[in-house]
Design a binder for this molecule. Structure first.
Ligand SMILES: [Fe+2]
Length: 208
């Protein structure tokens, strides 16, 4: 039905135009590659981690107490640049606790680390590339805007180290690392929180 076809094309063109993408070619519609970012000084070596390193950072197995902070679900998919899902990949996150303390001896702040917070966790992507974590919203850390560190592996090989940010956080504009990114790069690593039936969540795809 030519009429329907035309209107659909018109709709797509209009939507892309509204997004400011009309002058970009088809390849540019593919997802923005996740920009790399420095690892930072507080990546926990295996000996520094809790015995529990699963994808629920809010609850440590065997403990009654849960982490303090604003809990949410971080999820998304790991994709290649053509949008194909990358299953079976190890993805790690680590971040400071609700008081801005890292689970790392190099963090010299005189604050006790939240004993209910796992600080580090990993997931293995599903066949559709999906990953998920239950964790807390990141908070400001001296000199940094809130962020969650992310690492992606291909077997034992690290293929990406990056950081996720809170979309629209007022401290982003003062953050040295955040400001190194283009707008498109920043969007690719920004968490937008949405309320769902199972609580708040943010969806961030990782594209390599
Ligand atoms: Fe950090």
């Amino acid at each position: 039905m030519p009429t329907k076809h035309t209107s659909r094309r018109g709709f797509v063109a209009g939507t892309l135009g509204a997004l400011g993408l009309s002058s970009l070619g088809k390849a540019a519609i593919a997802a923005e590659p996740t920009p790399p970012a420095m690892e930072g000084p507080f990546y926990p070596a295996p000996a520094m981690r809790r015995p529990d390193i699963d994808n629920d950072l809010v609850r440590i197995i065997g403990m009654v107490e849960e982490a303090g902070g604003e809990v949410f679900t971080l999820r998304g998919r790991v994709l290649d640049r053509d949008g194909a899902p990358l299953g079976g990949r190890r993805i790690e996150i680590w971040q400071c606790d609700m008081n801005g303390k890292y689970m790392h001896p190099g963090d010299r702040q005189a604050i006790a680390f939240d004993s209910g917070f796992q600080g580090f966790g990993h997931d293995i992507t599903g066949p559709d590339g999906s990953y998920s974590f239950r964790t807390i919203k990141p908070v400001t850390y001296p000199g940094r805007t809130p962020h969650i560190h992310v690492k992606l592996f291909e077997g034992d090989r690290e293929v990406l180290t990056s950081q996720f940010y809170i979309a629209g956080h007022p401290a982003n504009d003062r953050d040295r690392l955040y400001n190194r990114m283009s707008e498109a790069e920043a969007r690719a690593v920004s968490m937008v929180f949405a309320q769902t039936d199972s609580g708040e969540e943010a969806v961030v795809d990782v594209v390599i």
